[in-house]
Write a protein that binds this ligand. Structure first.
Ligand SMILES: Nc1ncnc2c1ncn2[C@@H]1O[C@H](COP(=O)(O)OP(=O)(O)OP(=O)(O)O)[C@@H](O)[C@H]1O
Ligand SMILES: [Mg+2]
Length: 482
């Protein structure tokens, strides 16, 4: 490895020479006596480290620091200062110096500090590079929440969504995004916001299903101190917080009648009132809503106000199911393969033809989210050069997508025994257990914590059982022959 380069700047020749002699075993040293000479060197040579006195005859080390830091490849700067002028050195650090040493110098300390400075610089560079790479991958894989590039899909259905998003984003029209769970509604909301050019860069998200009616109302509109039991502080609501930006109301089909009325008012008058106040506050907020229900149906059932529906439904985006755009499965899978390989520090490996065929024929009730977790499963489970079908969740190989039921009871199993039509493995407790686990995973879209809860076992037990499953290919085959 080539040595790092160091520029020593001091107006006293003896200090310059002393430092150079002490440090030249460790660094390629240059010396300069003033700013002009120092800057000349910094511009012509690739200098990694700058060690400069703060007081240079007629010049200030601070000016040198300022100039050096504006270079395209600025060095890491360490300042030398006389004992008693530490304040100035601290000021230098505020301006971008890495650290300082006090005079009289302890040469060992100087050497150590310079080496640490260098290490921090290379870590910093690595971080920047890694961040850049991760960001790049995220963008390509679609897990970044920015702009249209995150919406993966070249199917006609997805192209239509992309066109709609670009069309409505720069307007302030209210957008209603409908679609099954996991189809990318939230991703679309982020894309619209990202392309909207709203004056402030804020997108706030409220999940309307997660809060009780009273809490939701105060979450959205805020409240005055003492307006209800528990309102010990005044609270600014999401509408006020999102002023100038976008508010994404997820699961809008869940809001209660009283909040519906208030919401209607914000949309028509562009003012809100905090709970416990009748002082209207002007807000400028772009509203995007989403639901996996059919809002029009809720209107006809009298559960959702029609006038509010019309306000929200200015532009409607209906997300296609994954099954309806199965030509995107490969593209999405590739992106998720990259994402999870990187996340798990594994090499990116291809899916076998059989595995791909399974992905194509499965009916994806959990849509893109389910595909994503399926690929994650495959990446984690496979140790070989290719991801095979037995690395994917077992249920992909079946057409059964009925909801999870309780594990079979002893009497059910006995009942089955009577009609001796059972296929091989049906009475094998392990097989039954594993089938149940797979169904629970399917039901929870591969969320292991939820699946464990559903099965009444701990997440660790579930992990252990999955591992056993992975290490027992024979059993795996028994399952696939169902
Ligand atoms: N077109 C897409 N390209 C890339 N990733 C996608 C796409 N659609 C969805 N995803 C990914 O799938 C997952 C689910 O997406 P999202 O949360 O937007 O779905 P949703 O429709 O809001 O689901 P829910 O109704 O359950 O809230 C996310 O990880 C998201 O990044
Ligand atoms: Mg969502």
């Amino acid at each position: 490895m080539t040595a790092a380069t160091l520029l020593i700047v001091d107006d006293e020749k003896s200090t310059r020479d002393g430092l150079r002699m002490a440090l030249e075993d460790h660094f390629d040293c240059y010396v300069a006596a003033d700013i002009k000479e120092a800057m000349g060197l910094l511009r012509s040579e690739p200098v990694d480290l700058l060690l400069t006195d703060l007081r240079l005859a007629g010049d200030s080390g601070m000016d040198l620091l300022d100039q050096a830091l504006t270079l395209p490849h600025p060095p890491v700067a360490v300042m030398m200062t006389a004992y008693g002028s530490v304040d100035t050195a601290v000021e230098a650090m505020r301006r971008g110096a890495w650290n300082f040493v006090t005079k009289p110098l302890n040469l060992d300390e100087v050497e150590l500090l310079l080496k640490r400075a260098l290490r921090s610089r290379s870590l910093e560079k690595n971080n920047v590079r890694l961040e850049y790479e991760v960001q790049n991958l995220r963008q390509k894989s679609g897990s970044s929440k920015h702009g249209l590039e995150s919406l993966i899909g070249k199917s006609p259905a997805m192209r239509k969504i992309g066109d709609l998003v670009s069309q409505v984003a720069p307007t302030r029209a209210t957008v209603l995004i409908e679609g099954e769970s996991g189809t990318g509604k939230e991703l679309v909301a982020h894309a619209i916001h990202q392309l909207s050019g709203r004056p402030t860069d804020k997108l706030l998200v409220v999940n309307c299903a997660a809060l009780s009616p009273q809490l939701l109302e105060s979450e959205l509109f805020g409240h005055e101190k003492g307006s209800f039991t528990g309102a010990t502080q005044k609270r600014i609501g999401r509408f006020e917080q999102a002023d100038g930006g976008t508010l994404f109301l997820d699961e809008i089909g869940e809001i209660d009648q009283a909040t519906q009325v208030k919401l209607l008012r914000v949309l028509s008058e562009r003012t809100i009132e905090r709970v416990g106040s009748n002082q209207p506050v002007k807000v400028d907020v772009r509203v995007i809503t989403a639901t996996n229900k059919n809002l029009r149906d809720l209107v006809s059932k009298g559960e959702f106000r029609e006038d509010l529906f019309f306000r929200l439904n200015v532009v409607r985006i209906l997300m296609p199911t994954l099954k309806d755009r199965s030509e995107d499965i490969i593209l999405l899978s590739q992106a998720f393969l990259r994402e999870f390989s990187l996340e798990n520090n594994k090499e990116i490996k291809p899916l076998s033809d059989h595995a791909l065929a399974q992905l194509r024929s499965y009916r994806w009730p959990g849509n893109v989210r389910e595909l994503r977790t399926t690929i994650e499963h495959g990446v984690v489970m496979s140790n070989g050069p290719v991801i095979e079908t037995h690395h994917l969740p077992y249920f992909l190989g079946t057409t059964d997508a009925s909801p999870i039921i309780a594990p079979p009871s002893a009497s059910q199993i006995e009942g089955n025994e009577e009609n001796s039509l059972a296929s091989e493995g049906e009475f094998n407790l392990h097989v039954l257990e594993l089938r149940t686990i797979q169904r629970a995973l399917r039901h929870t879209h591969n969320n292991r914590t939820d699946a464990a809860r559903l099965l009444g076992i701990s997440r660790r037990t579930l992990q252990r059982k999955l591992k056993e499953f992975q290490n027992a290919p024979a059993q795996n085959d028994a399952l696939k022959t169902e």
